[in-house]
Design a protein around this ligand. Structure first.
Ligand SMILES: *[C@@H]1O[C@H](CO)[C@@H](O)[C@H](O)[C@H]1NC(C)=O
Ligand SMILES: *[C@@H]1O[C@H](CO)[C@@H](O)[C@H](O)[C@H]1NC(C)=O
Ligand SMILES: *[C@@H]1O[C@H](CO)[C@@H](O)[C@H](O)[C@H]1NC(C)=O
Length: 432
């Protein structure tokens, strides 16, 4: 039995690999790009139905609850730092490509490993890395299931997320370009996810006309009982980066649309206003982290001299630039962006004060490279503590990766952001 041949035959019938390969090679710059700022401003003017300012989950859901010793970080659906360590840890899982479980073979492992390798190895890796890292939140950045090879998308979703559901771990997901290729549409997949236990994922913000499914934000509150207990000290944004272009003259992958950028802008501005105004007005905005699937064109800004990790394949962004990077730079609170999509890239590189990071491929039914371990990215934020022992806002953000090797090795530990030094100033003073 040659599993690879069967997979290739099935895909040839349905045609995705050529499409994927063509998409991954083509990256023409398009003249329509020039019109995007215009679209943005037209929408900015015409969107009147936008709900009154960005929503605050802290205020919307009322008081942040809980705080008993040993209670999970998420209480009543609201995340917060715990006073025991003043740390909040996020595990990013990119591109699980989950299908039918035990009967779904692995791709790109050594031939001798094929007979014993399936989606269940992906499940085993999640279990292992969760046990080792004990994250406060798990974020799945798309292509979580591989629709083409899934018999029943709902079942694939249930199997894929089972490790976090069983542990009652708070988790969030966004869509990739393959999640909807099975028995459920993009909306159907996201709706199924939103209905699953312990997820903080949402379909879309209420009352907002927006492209895609799975655009939402999460707030991470300060330590219970501290001055910042009622503020979000770390902001997480989740965005649907789409699947494929629906504009016939533009080939390739989807992009983050003006409606989504406008929602991001309003949400960021609202959160910043809340953080920097009384009571307990803070001097700088709380740091923001952004999660989605398809890398931005700006991910091409790096080479081996200025990235941490590896770049082993091209950057498969959309073939046009819809301007989301500039939108984030202007907003001012975003410190890092995390995507997946290109399984053989696992680097972070800094551009204009924002770290652009890949997680590297996680799933065994996803293309990869035999001998190059499947991997996950961990991000940890640390609170500042006063000399009096009071917990304050976020002081620094670190990241590292965990490899699915014998030792579950940790690699490429780096500081993504430090309070009090903007990316630019840090660059000038250290010459990095
Ligand atoms: C997949 O899991 C099986 C069962 O635990 C194990 O024997 C095998 O080595 C794993 N394969 C890979 C490539 O990790
Ligand atoms: C946070 O909100 C609760 C409930 O409204 C209030 O009792 C508490 O004093 C507030 N804490 C701070 C530090 O503002
Ligand atoms: C990384 O270094 C290359 C030259 O090796 C340079 O062209 C590129 O602009 C640098 N990127 C950034 C973001 O500094």
């Amino acid at each position: 039995m040659n599993y690879n041949r069967i997979i290739v035959a099935r895909r040839l019938l349905r045609n995705p690999p050529q499409a994927e390969r063509q998409l991954k090679m083509a990256s023409p710059k398009h003249p329509l790009l020039l019109l995007l700022p215009l679209f943005l401003s037209i929408i900015a003017i015409s969107v009147e139905c936008f709900e009154e300012e960005g929503r605050s989950t802290l205020s919307k859901r009322g008081r942040i609850g809980g705080g008993e010793a040993g209670s999970p970080a998420a209480v009543n659906g609201v995340l917060r730092f715990k006073g025991t360590k003043g740390e909040f840890k996020i595990l990013q899982v990119a591109d699980m490509h989950y299908a039918d479980g035990r009967s779904t073979p692995c791709l790109d492992v050594f031939p001798a490993q094929m007979p014993t390798c399936s989606d269940l190895n992906t499940t085993a890796f999640i279990n292992r890395v969760i046990q080792a890292e004990n994250p406060d939140l798990v974020v799945f950045t798309g292509d979580n299931i591989f629709g083409y090879d899934s018999t029943d998308s709902a079942k694939s979703l249930d199997m894929a997320y089972a490790p976090v559901v069983e542990r009652k771990l708070p988790w969030a997901a966004v869509l990739g370009n393959h999640d909807q290729e099975g028995t459920l549409s993009r909306e159907g997949v996201m709706q199924h996810i939103v209905g699953m236990p312990h997820t903080l994922s949402r379909l879309n913000p209420d009352g907002v006309v927006i492209d895609g499914f799975g655009n939402y934000n999460l707030e991470v509150g300060g330590v219970e009982g501290s001055a910042l207990a009622n503020k979000s000290v770390l902001n997480l944004y989740f965005i649907d980066s789409g699947d494929y272009s629906t504009v016939p003259s533009i080939p390739g992958y989807g992009w983050i649309k003006p409606s989504q950028q406008l929602w991001f802008q309003k949400t960021s501005s609202h959160l910043q206003k809340g953080y920097t105004s009384r009571p307990e007005a803070q001097k700088q905005p709380a740091p923001g982290l952004v999660y989605f699937h398809i890398p931005l064109p700006e991910y091409s800004s790096f080479d081996a001299s200025n990235l941490t990790g590896v770049k082993q394949e091209g950057i498969s962004s959309a073939s046009i630039n819809s301007g989301f990077f500039a939108t984030m730079v202007e907003a001012g609170d975003v410190k890092a962006v995390f995507t997946g999509h290109d399984h053989l890239n696992d680097f972070c590189g800094e551009l204009t004060g924002i770290q652009l990071c890949y997680a590297g491929g996680f799933g065994y039914h996803a293309y990869g490279k035999a001998g190059w371990s499947r991997r996950a990215r961990v991000v940890s934020a640390y609170l500042e503590k006063t000399v009096e022992g009071e917990w304050e806002g976020v002081k620094s953000i670190k990241t590292w990766k965990r490899l699915d090797d014998q030792y579950l090795s940790t690699t490429d530990t780096q500081v993504l952001w430090n309070k009090g030094s903007t990316g630019r100033r840090r660059k000038r003073t250290t010459g990095v």
